[in-house]
Design a protein around this ligand. Structure first.
Ligand SMILES: Nc1ncnc2c1ncn2[C@@H]1O[C@H](COP(=O)(O)OP(=O)(O)OP(=O)(O)O)[C@@H](O)[C@H]1O
Ligand SMILES: [Mg+2]
Length: 246
């Protein structure tokens, strides 16, 4: 078997104010997986994702694409792991949207011509091209979510980490982005409450609560466990309800 592209061993984290974040989480993700992380508000989903590119550093070991996530290696890690934050305001900081989308490619050593070409392609694809001279500060929330995704896709990372990627999108944008994420060649890790999306595009799902992994399986296996879902403030997604879920 191939070594896991993401390998998390006994990861624990406490926020500086003492709030518990993660409690001995171990998780392996195979190359090409589309892994969903589900669980109630405050379960630790975003906290776990923020460890994958070293934004947070807890106790335990994480390797991505064979590289230890630790001080001195974060540049190499972040070239491989593209992270779309839950809050797009944490991702967008340049005067114009174009500058934001160009920032990664130019800073990771692509030539100007290629950076511009990639930026234009991804912005057209996500319906952002007309907004390219606008300040990201003044975009609508849905526009910001798409812009944050563009800043990551333009880098073509081998691992794409997405925190609630479809929240605040109109139905047309939602459908297009779902397809786009589904068709990415990258390994994907997606934290979400959108269990219908998980059924559509993920091959594996882990359930978290209280900073711990509670259960895992394929979406159809896990979402058939009505009592487990309800005990963790989740519901059987409507696309599976007709099929006699237990
Ligand atoms: N910066 C912070 N300082 C202190 N505590 C925090 C901080 N960020 C998150 N927490 C706490 O850590 C726990 C896990 O939060 P996290 O954001 O990872 O949850 P989540 O599963 O992503 O929830 P949601 O579904 O609401 O996005 C919560 O109790 C939360 O209040
Ligand atoms: Mg979260």
């Amino acid at each position: 078997m191939n070594p896991a592209i993401i390998d998390i061993r006994e990861l624990s984290y406490q926020y500086p104010d003492g709030t518990p974040g993660l409690n001995s989480v171990s998780l392996q993700v195979e190359e090409g997986d589309c892994l969903a992380i589900v669980g109630p508000n405050g379960a630790g989903k975003s906290t776990l994702l923020r460890h994958l590119n070293g934004v947070l550093r807890g106790q335990g070991k994480i390797r991505v694409a064979g590289i230890a996530v630790e001080r001195g290696r974060l540049g190499a890690v972040r070239r491989r792991v593209g992270m779309v934050f839950q809050n797009p305001d944490h991702q967008l900081f340049m005067p114009t949207l174009m500058d934001d989308v160009l920032f990664g490619p130019l800073n990771f050593g692509l030539g100007e011509a290629e950076a511009w070409e990639r930026a234009e392609a991804v912005m057209r694809e996500l319906g952002l091209w007309e907004l390219r001279q606008r300040s990201p500060l003044h975009l609508s929330l849905g526009e910001k979510k798409k812009a944050a995704l563009a800043t990551v896709l333009v880098m073509r990372p081998e691992i794409v980490v997405l925190d609630e990627p479809l929240v605040s999108l109109d139905p047309g944008s939602r459908r297009r982005l779902l397809e786009r994420i589904n068709n990415l060649a990258a390994t994907r890790v997606i934290a979400t409450h959108d269990l219908e999306m998980v059924v559509r595009i993920c091959n594996r799902v882990v359930l978290m609560n209280h900073g711990m992994l509670v259960s895992e399986g394929t979406p159809r296996e896990l979402f058939a466990r009505k009592e487990l879902l309800e005990a963790n403030d989740l519901e059987v997604p409507s696309c599976l309800q007709k099929q006699g879920a237990r």
